[in-house]
Write a protein that binds this ligand. Sequence first.
Ligand SMILES: *Cc1c(COP(=O)(O)O)cnc(C)c1O
Length: 397
Amino acid sequence: MRTEKILELYTDYVMPTYVQMPIALSRGKGARVWDAEGNEYLDFFPGWAVSGLGHCHPRVTKAVRKQVRKIIHISNNYLNESQGRLARLIIKNSFDGKVFFSNSGAEANEGAIKLARKYGNPTKRYEIITMEKSFHGRTMACISATGQEKVKVGFEPLLEGFKTVPFNDLSAVKEAISDKTVAILLEPIQGEGGINVADREYLAGLRQLCDQKDLLLIFDEVQTAMGRTGKLFCFQNFDIKPDIMTLAKSLGSGVPVGAIVASSKVCDVLGPGSHATTFGGSPLVCSAAIATFEAIESGRLLNHVNKISKFLFIQLENLRKKYPSIITTIKGLGVMIGVELAVEGDEIVSECRQEGLLINCTQKNILRIMPPIIVKKGEVKKAIKVLDDILAKAHTI
Ligand SMILES: *Cc1c(COP(=O)(O)O)cnc(C)c1O
């Protein structure tokens, strides 16, 4: 089907909730995708950070193909070997505790919020401190937690019990704590908010506060996990551990799987009958997530990320020096990079697309450069060349 026909189907039958680009992607391999007309693109924002291993990683497609022939779904009232094995993989690679599997990032955060409330219930504490410019998903609890007005408008009344403070400001958190506070929820690097990296001292301070006041430190790692920042999980860059971590996006390399990872202190707070989800942690999605872990390990991909990240940062810094009136700052960690512009970025994103490079712009002026962690040096060079040519044109206008 041609793109215009697909667009007609959307106009007639699909709710218009997304800002959409007029291309239909029909095939992908590694860092490349092809549209319905066969045009090739370099995908430097694959699946909104879902396809961290690139598209159709052979290890993942093989695992899914094998599983889909055996059994696709079973109810969580029966034991599922892959769910048990995946939970062990997550725990052995993060911190002692247990895992609950969800289907999305919002659902994982929703569950983490429930867990925090249950933990605070005996002491009548339920308030959760969240950050300005955060993003935690689109369910009612998650938009209430999110520190951005635009996701809330029109959906009031919101869920009570959230206090929002500026990001990277420890004293603001201290001031916001009351005898009702039970948890602090944040992304160690804000994605949607513009690739804002938490300071090391800030996170150490939050950890200390949480220990002193018996608060739960919850990291939303939905966008930052699975090697994206050069460590398997982003918190591992900071020498501290959260009490709860939520995962989704690249955990299953494209199949819908999310997780609440809870430390030993809180992992038994949600007991039998207190929380559930029908599709959560099916054999199909768990097989894909196990394969994702294996691919990262056997491909030595964390090493690769750290190398390619250095190269990317140097190249982007060069562009910044070349076009100082357009690019103001390069920020981020690993291959989670924000290019802050002095101008709005939408035009640059669409010109990149016309030249075969897919990237994203958030907060109007931050280009998000988040290639899959398997991206090759040659592909980075190609992407930088596209950006360079477009910035050169913009520069002369
Ligand atoms: C994408 C995202 C979410 C929401 O995940 P969904 O799977 O879309 O529900 C939550 N938190 C962060 C940090 C995200 O990037």
